[in-house]
Every structure is written in C-alpha cells, then in structure tokens.
Design a protein around this ligand. Structure first.
Ligand code: SIN
Length: 521
C-alpha cells in the first residue's frame, strides 16, 4: 500500500487525491445516517429506555442517527464489566496491548477520509481540520505505543543492596471513566483511551453527545483490533448521570476528562468527596489564550498566526487565541491587516473546499457569541469586524457567525477572562513586553500562549515568564493552536489542567499507572 501523506494542522491540502478521497467519503458516510445505534457493555449491544437523535450542525435537516440515552444503571453495569475484565487485561503481556493499540492506529489511518467526513458532518469541521485530526489520532496512538515500548511497559531494575534484587514497575489502577468533548471527538478520546488501555487499565468511555457516531467508530476500531469487550465499554447519553456514577462508584479507580472547566471542576470535587480515598483525576479544561505581538514582530506571520489561532474551527478549540496584546507602535498596522484578512475568510458549509469557518456547534454557542458582542459593545468595546450572526441561505441551516474582532474593552472585563469557544477575538494595546506578559498571565487559565517577535531576547523572556503549558513563538500555522503528538505535549497549567503532564508527551502515560516496588531477598 502506498504510504499516506501525513497532514498536520499547519499542512497545505495540496493533493488532489486527498480532496477526491474526502469528497467521495462525504457521499459514503451519508449512507450510514439515520440508523439506530446501541451502546456496548461487556461487548454486548445494549439499549437504554430512551434514545436521542443527533443532527448535523452544518445543516439541521441532516439526521446523523439515533443513540441510546444511557443513564446511571447502564453506567454502573459498564463499571462492573470493566472491573471483571481488569485482571485478565492487566495481566496479558504488555506487548499484546501494544499490538492491539497499533492495530487501532492502522485501522484509523485506513479509514481516514471516512472518519474526517464523518467529523465534518457531526461537528462541522472543515476538511483540513478534520483530516488533520484523523492523522493526529493515528500519531497519538503510535506515539503512546512508542513511549510504552521504549519504557518496556514501565518495568525497571533498581540498584541492588545486600543481595536483594528490586524492580520498579508501574501498574494500572483499575477501571477508568473516560469523558471526551465535541471539538476533537476522535483524537482526544483516542489519547485518553489508549493511555488507559495500553497501561493495563480497563475503560468505560462516554463520548460527547454531539459526536457519538465518531465515538462508536473509535470503539469499533478497538474491538476489531482485538480488545476484549469488557476491557472497553461504551456508554452514550447525557453527561450528568454518567459523571455521577464516575465520581461516586467505588469501583471507578480513575477519571480522565477533557471538556469545560465547570464540568471538570464538578467532577473533581465530587470525585474527591464521594470516594473513600484519593484517586487519580486527569483533566484538560479549557483556557483563555493570549498572543503577544511586539514592535519587532514580523506582521505577516503575526496576522496569519492570529487569524488561524483565533478563527480555525470557529474558535472552538481549547487552544484558540482569544486575546491579543499588541505593542502600540505596530497596533494600528496589525489590526488593519488582521481586519482585511478576517473579512476574506469564507464562512459557510465546511464540506466546501474553500470554507475556513464552519458552523458553531449549537444554539447555546450562538447565544454565547451574541451575548459577547452585545455586552462588549455595551461596555465600551468597538467591533473592528464581524459581530454578526449570519442568517440567509446555507447559514439558515445552522448556527453561523462572522469571525469577530473587538477592541477598546476595559481590562478586567469578563470577556478577557471567560472562555467563550466562539470566533471572538479581543485586542488590547500594550506599551511593553512586560505589560503584555502581565496581562497574559492575569487569568486563572494556563493552556496555550504565543508571541510574535523577531527579537530573540524577547522570545526568551516570554518563554521564561509566561504561565502557560504550551507556548509558541512566531507560529504562522496558529499563534496558540495546532499541537502535535510527540512534538508539543499538550497540557494546561492552573485551571486548564490537573496533572501537569501533557497529552502526546513523554510523561502522559504515567498519570494512568502507580508504582510498585518488588524486592526479592
Ligand atoms: C484542543 O485540544 O482544543 C486543541 C489542540 C491544539 O490546537 O493544539
């Protein structure tokens, strides 16, 4: 089989074959729409009492499918199954878990166009974002495997004293509840599930209710690769009952969560008070990401990087650039150039090859956008471009808005602090790098940050002072977005994350295991 071209979030989609394959896949996946889908507990197909329908955010007339509204009863049965499978799954040779995980990666790679097309329908990603996400998921699985193999399943001989032989071995905890978000429905689920399963834990997986079909495809890839039914279970449905079981069930050994700060904090609080002892909690929880543009910046790079960072996937990334601090000397030039480029962005149906900004995920996001514009204007902000909900033609079929830039808001305004997850960028003027750093760090969040500066001293000062986990300098491909497994471990500080070990990085798997020392006298 010819080698597939690797795509990242900064690649150009310059191959006709890739476009053709994706366009065919858009047709093919539609053939699957409208079906009823079960959940999977212990490898068995399970139906709940109620179900729910999902529709495409691109066009609300497209019904993706009907899924089970799993509740506490189903979540509890899944925990029981996962617990029963724990001993056998954790005790098989680690090389077998590696083989299975690699087979999942191969399968996703084989189905890349279909999975990308499905994500376009389910969550409204444009083709380059969707194709890159499948590639990222494949890389994530392979990277986690490479680390696990390099560490020989995390078993290490220790120093010997007085004839004793000791070994350190990192062992799994047991059953993990894994909850994934809508914005990266494949890669974020794949990252958490692979970390848990590879290291010998078993899993109850609940994907976002916005993209359950992508979740089911991922589940199917694991099953086809040979994971036993009880080692990976899948519940669909609302987050609350699942979260309640995850937090309180005595047989849940750990939770891995990616999503909003509110939901993450709720889970963490409940997990810590409702369990009899502290258990591991792995979470990534959003951010309010700054980019600093200094007077020495190459403004071409800055404009392109901020445009992609702020408006890629309609600003619905935890890594999205949502605040820019630009030095006064270049502020008007930068803002004008960014305005012009932003107005050239095509907003519309993301199935079309020239569309950069697709729909928002739902009506709640649209309301958030409209409220931000209204509140910003009421509090002294000026809209440089955008500020509009789009309503005619294709825009009537979903929640479409114009990418928006606002200036002039007072510091400390809620819009400088709250994560919005919509294409809404605030720009503020600064008189020095120090001021930009102070403002950037003046947030409870700490996921991604960027700088544009051609002065190496400024870049070094930025890296040394900025309180964020994933930091970039002069990145055209995304001022604060586009981390890649094995290249940019992705983990937040402060309210953005819990473990301090980024997904897609060398230490991530360690959050899913605990050390046991074995000494033979
Ligand atoms: C995300 O997880 O929201 C985005 C990852 C990235 O853009 O680096």
């Amino acid at each position: 089989m010819p080698k597939k071209k690797k795509l990242t979030y900064t690649s150009l989609l310059d191959s006709r074959d890739i476009h053709r394959g994706y366009e065919q896949a858009l047709e093919t996946v539609q053939g699957e729409f409208g079906q009823h889908h079960p959940m999977f507990i212990g490898g068995r197909r399970v139906a709940a009492i109620e179900d729910f329908e999902t529709r495409s955010p691109i066009d609300n007339d497209i019904v993706i499918g009907t899924f089970q509204k799993g509740g506490e009863t189903e979540a509890q049965s899944a925990v029981v199954e996962a617990k029963q499978s724990f001993i056998s799954w954790s005790q098989i040779d680690w090389a077998e878990r590696l083989r299975i995980t690699r087979a999942v990666a191969d399968r996703l790679e084989k189905e890349d166009a279909l999975l990308a097309a499905l994500m376009t329908y389910e969550v409204g990603k444009n083709r380059s974002e969707a194709l890159a996400e499948v590639c990222e998921a494949v890389e994530m699985l392979r990277y986690n495997c490479a680390i696990y193999e390099e560490q020989k399943g995390f078993t290490l001989p220790m120093s010997q004293v007085t004839g004793e032989r000791s070994t350190s071995t990192m062992r799994p905890y047991g059953v993990w509840a894994i909850i994934s978000p809508f914005n990266f429905p494949l890669v974020l689920a794949a990252g958490m599930i692979s970390a848990a399963l590879l290291t010998g834990n078993t899993v109850v997986f609940k994907p976002t209710s916005k993209a359950p079909l992508t979740g089911l495809k991922l589940y199917a890839a694991w099953v086809q690769a040979g994971v036993p039914g009880g080692a990976l279970n899948m519940i669909t449905g609302p987050g609350k009952p699942f979260g309640a079981v995850a937090a309180a069930h005595p047989d849940v050994a750990g939770i891995a969560f990616t999503g909003s700060r509110d939901a993450g904090m709720w889970l963490q609080r409940n997990f810590s008070v409702r369990q009899p002892y502290p258990k591991p909690f792995v979470a990534e929880m959003g951010s309010k990401n700054p980019a600093i543009v200094t007077a020495s910046a190459d403004l071409d790079k800055a404009v392109e990087g901020v445009l992609k960072g702020a408006f890629g996937y309609s600003g619905q990334k935890c890594s999205a650039t949502s605040r820019v601090y630009v030095e006064a000397a270049v502020a008007s030039d930068f803002i004008e150039r960014l305005r012009v480029k932003t107005e050239q962005v095509i907003v519309g149906d993301p199935r079309k090859s020239d569309v950069f900004v697709g729909p928002l995920i739902d009506q709640a996001a649209l309301t958030k956008f409209a409220d931000a514009v209204k509140d910003g204007l009421a509090d002294g902000g000026a809209v440089i471009t955008g500020g509009k909900v789009l309503r005619d033609g294709v825009w009537n079929q979903g929640c479409y808005v114009r990418p928006t830039i606002m200036t002039g808001l007072p510091r400390g305004h809620r819009l400088f602090n709250e994560e919005l997850f919509v294409p809404f960028l605030l720009i503020d003027t600064i008189t020095s790098l120090e001021e930009g750093l102070r403002e950037s760090n003046d947030t409870e969040y700490g996921l991604t940050a960027g700088i544009f500066s051609e002065n190496e001293g400024e870049v070094a000062r930025f890296f040394a002072s900025v309180q964020f986990g994933v930091c970039y300098a002069n990145r055209r491909g995304g001022a604060t977005t586009g981390a890649w497994p094995g290249v940019q471990p992705f983990g937040g500080w402060k309210a953005s994350g819990v473990t301090g070990k980024g997904v897609g990085g060398p230490y991530y798997l360690l959050s899913y295991v605990r050390e046991q020392t074995q000494t033979r006298a």
